[in-house]
Design a protein around this ligand. Structure first.
Ligand SMILES: [Ca+2]
Length: 339
């Protein structure tokens, strides 16, 4: 999860550094000192403790490299799809759904989000918890906060949220691991999302989405519920039709700005079961290498909700297609796994 609400950050510039100090270390930089002041003045942290943390933070060049080329921005759909629609990812997803059938069913009752959607998110994010990231979260966030100008404000805020989150949860900020963007646990929540959406779903008194799959299931479902997932509404339909790349029906932006009736009136074969009033957005995806292999999809409000987890229509389509494969219980060869 790369995107979430970005709280405003208050930067207080108060300190100038002695000329003898190197500017290469975060705790010695002007921005680092401002960060220390914010944590001390706004949140009651001991300034010396925050300085020690920043001194310990390592700049990671691999983090800067990774954030500058996310798959969502560099790949066409046919290549992106192959990363996620693998037989093993489907079969292991079916195993996850069987192992956690009870909490997944309870999450659907309490939050209205179906098991296959929650499972597909965890499957796409971490291969059902197997790969939760090997960067130290402190290093990833400090590197992006202080050495990545395009999103430094966002990541300084996340670093702030991280220190708050680890304090609240009683966790050691030096030890947690995550993605290059500081996303953690089964569902790869960034720190602000952890603080806003993580829930204790197994009732042991701790909201642990790092190591506890039941809490992770409840937390992903809660995230979707808070972003207005509509139980029972469709997500997307592939249409047997074509639209030219410059069609006005291919709206820009992730939010569905038209309705199903607009697409029906334009003659597109939307399934009869879908309501006229439902917000919709058509997507034209490159389904194969070369020309003339475009797929046309009509995506609805719930598809948009998936993009609240990661602001990418390719991401949302991968989650949707993996979820659909999990719901049908079939692997890519068409064999049912559960007999
Ligand atoms: Ca718990």
């Amino acid at each position: 999860m790369l995107n979430a609400r970005t709280p405003s950050i208050l930067l207080i510039f108060c300190c100038f550094l002695p000329a003898s100090l190197s500017a290469s270390q975060y705790h010695e930089s002007e921005a680092g000192q401002a960060f220390v002041s914010t944590m001390a003045q706004d949140y009651g942290f001991e300034a010396g403790r925050v300085e020690v943390l920043l001194r310990d933070a390592q700049r990671q060049d691999a983090v800067l490299e990774a954030i500058s080329r996310p798959a969502e921005k560099t790949l066409e759909w046919h290549s992106y799809r192959k990363i996620f629609m693998k037989p093993e990812r489907i079969s292991q997803g079916l195993e996850f759904m069987a192992a956690y059938a009870a909490p997944l069913a309870r999450a659907e009752r309490e939050y209205g989000v179906p098991p296959e959607i929650v499972t597909a998110i965890i499957g796409v994010e971490t291969w059902y918890g197997r790969y939760r990231g090997n960067y130290r979260v402190l290093d990833a966030l400090a590197t992006l906060a202080f050495d990545y100008p395009p999103r430094s404000q966002f990541f300084r805020s996340e670093l702030e949220q991280y220190l708050l989150m680890t304090r609240e949860q009683g966790l050691d900020p030096l030890s947690l691991k995550g993605s290059y963007a500081g996303a953690m646990g089964y569902g790869q929540f960034i720190s602000s999302s952890y603080r806003h959406y993580a829930v204790d779903f197994d009732g042991d008194g701790v909201a642990d989405i790092l190591d506890n799959p039941v809490d992770a299931i409840g937390s992903v479902a809660n995230y979707f519920s808070e972003h207005r997932w509509q139980h029972g509404e469709p997500v997307a339909d592939q249409l047997d039709a074509e639209l030219p790349a410059n069609s006005a029906l291919l709206t820009s932006g992730l939010k569905p700005n038209l309705t199903v009736s607009d697409y029906r009136e334009a003659g597109l074969p939307v399934p009869d079961s879908v309501d006229d009033d439902l917000p919709a957005r058509a997507l034209r995806l490159n389904g194969g290498e070369g020309e003339g292999k475009h797929e046309l999809w009509l995506t609805y409000r719930n598809f948009y909700v998936i993009t609240r987890y990661n602001h990418s229509h390719l991401y949302a389509m991968a989650v949707y297609q993996l979820a659909r494969a999990l719901k049908s219980g079939e692997d890519l060869g068409g064999n049912r796994k559960d007999g």
